[in-house]
Design a protein around this ligand. Sequence first.
Ligand SMILES: Nc1ncnc2c1ncn2[C@@H]1O[C@H](COP(=O)(O)OP(=O)(O)OP(=O)(O)O)[C@@H](O)[C@H]1O
Length: 241
Amino acid sequence: MDRPDQCPAGHPRQGGAAMILLASELERSFGETPALRGASLQVERGEMLAIMGPSGSGKSTLLHCLAGILTPSSGTVSFDGVRIDGLSEDARSTLRRERFGFVFQFGQLVPELSALENVALPLLLNGVRRSAAVKQAAPWFARLGLDGLERRRSGELSGGQAQRVALARGLVAGPEVLFADEPTGALDSLTGEQVMDLLVEVARAEGTTVVLVTHEARVAAYADREVIVRDGRVTSPALTA
Ligand SMILES: Nc1ncnc2c1ncn2[C@@H]1O[C@H](COP(=O)(O)OP(=O)(O)OP(=O)(O)O)[C@@H](O)[C@H]1O
């Protein structure tokens, strides 16, 4: 199993270090409330990792620190071998735009834009011309079973459809890591399974690393590996290299 050309998850390495994300001893509080209290985690390139744990244990805060949305008050986060915890807001914003994708619990589509424009948005923000961005976004509709919904606004989509549009938007720019925070949390279980099936299928096909926060065991079961966050710490053993 220990083949040097493959990750444990069985996917080809894309070059570079095996660990794409490395968090060490993260601390972060909100006012008097400690959210992370020495959380450490490693994510291997190409793997799909589920972060589980009780409500309020620090899962989202950990994801936000890994993704450069938040900075920890102490501890380090490295992405692709480079420290990102000390980067400026502008540099973190560029990093998120160019190398990460996001799916949140409530799709957070821009209501004024069509579904197609929502999917094209990350490309437009990366400086891709409108016509090219739309051309690149369009095939995602067939890929995610959304044919014919391109012109709809988010208010005209079902929860599952909106979440598939959000998934397309999260993946359209070819991110190295997709961060998904309770991506099925607002969906019924069947619709949630359909979204997870697509998320896994597309992430595997694209070789995208996935960091998935969920409190649902059946959602975590899609992942290659699970860790548990309790009281701001990752309690299950991190992968040992
Ligand atoms: N922006 C914020 N302002 C104040 N407190 C916050 C903020 N974000 C998180 N917290 C607090 O930090 C702790 C960890 O929150 P976090 O959202 O990371 O947990 P979680 O495990 O993702 O929870 P849930 O499963 O309920 O979403 C909680 O006590 C929470 O109330």
